[in-house]
Ligand binder design. Sequence first.
Ligand SMILES: O=C(O)[C@H](O)COP(=O)(O)O
Length: 327
Amino acid sequence: MGYKILLPQEIMEEGREYLESRGYELIKGSGLEEEDIIRDIKGCDGIIVRLSKMSRKVFEAADKLKVVVRHGAGYDTVDLQAARDHNVMVCYAPVANSMSVAEAAMMYMLNCSRNFKKTQKHFIDDFYYAKLKLPRVEMDGKTLGLIGVGNIGSRVAKKALHGFNMKVIAYDPYKTQAEVPEGVQLIDDFDQIFKESDFVSLHCPANEETTGFVGTRELELMKPTAYLINTARGKLIKEDEFYEAMKNERIAGAALDVMMEEPPKADNPLLYLDNVTIGPHLGAATIEATDRASLHCAIGVDEVLSGKEVTWPIPEMKDFCKKKVTV
Ligand SMILES: O=C(O)[C@H](O)COP(=O)(O)O
């Protein structure tokens, strides 16, 4: 067969074994930047991308590429039009990390409710201040507002309903009440989620519809005691407007697992706010999720290159999938 699969970043053993046992040659990339991928992609039939972007320039440089598989649930880093123009199929791993990201969302909610960033900052200097003076709340009985009830949002909903006895309301124009977990109240008014919730958690993809859809206006709608959690994509939030709101303590706190720029520049002022917890896009970074993602990506590569039906095509390329990539 002799197909070459570029791995700009290592994947877990499950995925490697799946591909190697089927005769694929795995090529270790020389780096994660665009120029590295442009150099490395030549002669490769497939690529599994975790952190790198698949820009038009990369597709232009690729002479044999037939499949791109995104190691995760989002694919906003892949230029889909360029993929189509170059007859390259794009798949992803939409369910592999849902549980881990949902757990991360709960972790960030707890972190906010216990004011943990400020607590950590103060407790060495003044244990009693850290213990007694910082406001904290329970999650039990509070209202969680979800934006997006897909693979991740529905897992968050179940954890919040059954693990924390929260009320869960949700906005998702692509779902019906019958399609969301029992106990979730689907609401067709985006603003109402911000107005009513004690915690708002974002679980939708970044696309033209959602980019920058949370800014000053939405933060102004929120209760001053509420928290905003983003484990989805940094570009959903207008970061400059968010910074102003948080600097002025417009809401009680926020947690971002994702940012507009990853890694963020050290001088990004958001990093230094006491009321904003920030993580390094760690939602999917567990042993279990990366094991599954590596395997699901390997399956995607093999399905496309061996002409099988594709289990996880990105939704925008389902039609393309039927057309079949010429190998
Ligand atoms: O950490 C990873 O494996 C991925 O970057 C996660 O990607 P996702 O946020 O698109 O699921």
